[in-house]
Design a protein around this ligand. Structure first.
Ligand SMILES: NC(=O)c1ccc[n+]([C@@H]2O[C@H](COP(=O)([O-])OP(=O)(O)OC[C@H]3O[C@@H](n4cnc5c(N)ncnc54)[C@H](O)[C@@H]3O)[C@@H](O)[C@H]2O)c1
Length: 374
């Protein structure tokens, strides 16, 4: 089977830091090759294509879909565009990898899942957090009763500066003047769809689908500074969501501008006989497959966890955004040899429903029942 042709839609920060360099390495070229880059920002697609030897580039998405002859795409555009762009790609017969979050509503995700299924197309939605061996180990420990009866969990993400300082945003040429301000605006802006989404994929991957949510949420910082300008922000940046998993097991997920009570994007789990906090069981690091390899990373085990994701061979270690690469390769494998992906669109839809319902609960003051599963 010849390599799949992938089109990269959006040549901004994640594409330049991760997707283009990973997929340009020769060790994947028997499976997938970058055939096209599409980005409407003046000069960006052309410059990215030249830098990474990509044969074609486009500045218009509809033209790209009609003319580029790619088998699959990765959507690396602002989150609020994913639904429309994903739909157009599916209608054009392409398999789609969605960078997180897949969509901003569960209804949009359902529509895309149904459309793809009807056409025999495959969707993978980042973040594939259950590809991480430590998350699988935590799931197993909870099932084995290692910390007794689980009572509650907490997970989330907080940020001070928010994407403003990434190196592809601070320059003046087409590749380095990428504007981050969509991250502060609706639809799709704010930390929930961008960062808490990792924590929620881990939490629900470990505990299973949730039943209902309630929340408090708002905009704590109405302006953010980028290149000396004050950018207005209307996407909620300060949110606490309470989640009911049934059987009186509860969790809290947060997306805030400051303060973190969990490690990385990982959760803390509290049971009647002990606790799992980050990568420690009752205060001691626990083992999981290849944790010894992760320990060899010069910055420690959390950083080393990027090295032990599927497909991250030695050549890929020094390139950023390992998990995005691993998720794209899940789609490649699924299309090529039928290996099902861990990062399913159904899981992503459930996480999106938690976020969407949390925002609705905060606005209405009403607890929201969840309807999706995975
Ligand atoms: N930046 C990160 O650290 C990071 C990491 C992992 C995943 N992601 C995800 O990747 C996606 C992109 O994030 P980013 O930080 O790279 O954003 P970005 O703003 O840096 O880049 C987005 C790019 O999309 C382009 N674009 C806008 N409209 C377009 C259109 N109609 N067709 C094609 N391209 C279009 C923009 O010109 C820009 O170059 C998001 O889903 C984000 O959550 C980002």
């Amino acid at each position: 089977m010849p390599p799949l042709k992938i089109g990269i839609v959006g040549a901004g920060s994640v594409s330049q830091r991760g997707i283009l360099p990973h997929l340009s390495l020769p060790d994947v070229s028997d499976k997938v090759v970058i055939h096209a880059v599409c980005d409407p920002a003046p000069g960006r697609a052309e410059a990215a294509a030249a830098k990474y030897n990509v044969p074609t580039f486009y500045t218009d998405y509809a033209t790209f879909l009609a003319e580029s002859d790619v088998d699959m795409i990765t959507l690396a555009t602002p989150i609020g565009m994913h639904y429309q762009q994903g739909k157009a790609a599916i209608l054009a017969g392409k398999h789609v990898h969605f960078n997180k979050s897949m969509t901003t509503t569960a209804a949009e995700a359902s529509e895309l899942i149904d459309l793809a299924a009807a056409r025999g197309l495959k969707l993978v939605a980042s973040p594939g957090e259950m590809n991480r061996p430590h998350n699988q180990a935590i799931k197993q420990m909870l099932a084995d009763g290692v910390i007794g009866d689980l009572c509650w969990a907490v997970c989330g993400a907080s940020f001070g500066r928010y994407h403003e300082n990434e190196i592809y945003r601070t320059g003046n040429d087409p590749l380095t003047n990428v504007d981050p301000s969509w991250y502060y605006r609706k639809p799709g802006g704010g930390p929930l769809y961008d960062m808490t989404v990792y924590a929620l994929h881990g939490l629900t991957g470990i505990l299973g689908p949730a039943k209902r949510v309630t929340a408090m949420s708002g905009v704590r910082l109405p302006f953010r500074e980028f290149k000396g300008e004050m950018v207005p922000c209307d996407a909620d940046d300060n949110t606490l969501i309470l989640i009911d998993f049934g059987n009186n097991v509860f969790a809290m997920a947060y997306g805030t501008p400051a303060g973190s009570v969990s490690e990385g994007f990982s959760g803390s789990y509290f049971g009647t006989k002990g606790q799992i906090v980050g990568l420690k069981l009752n205060g001691q690091p626990f083992d999981y497959p290849r944790s010894d390899e992760a320990d060899r990373h010069p910055h420690g085990r959390w950083a080393g966890n990027q090295w032990i994701l599927p497909h991250v061979s030695e050549h890929h270690r020094e390139i950023d955004e390992h998990h995005v690469f691993a998720d794209i390769m899940q789609l490649v494998d699924w299309v090529r040899d039928g290996t099902p992906a861990v990062g399913t669109a159904e899981h992503a839809r459930h996480v999106i429903e938690i976020i969407e319902a949390g925002l609705r609960a905060a606005e209405s003051g009403q607890t929201q029942h969840l309807h999706t599963s995975f």
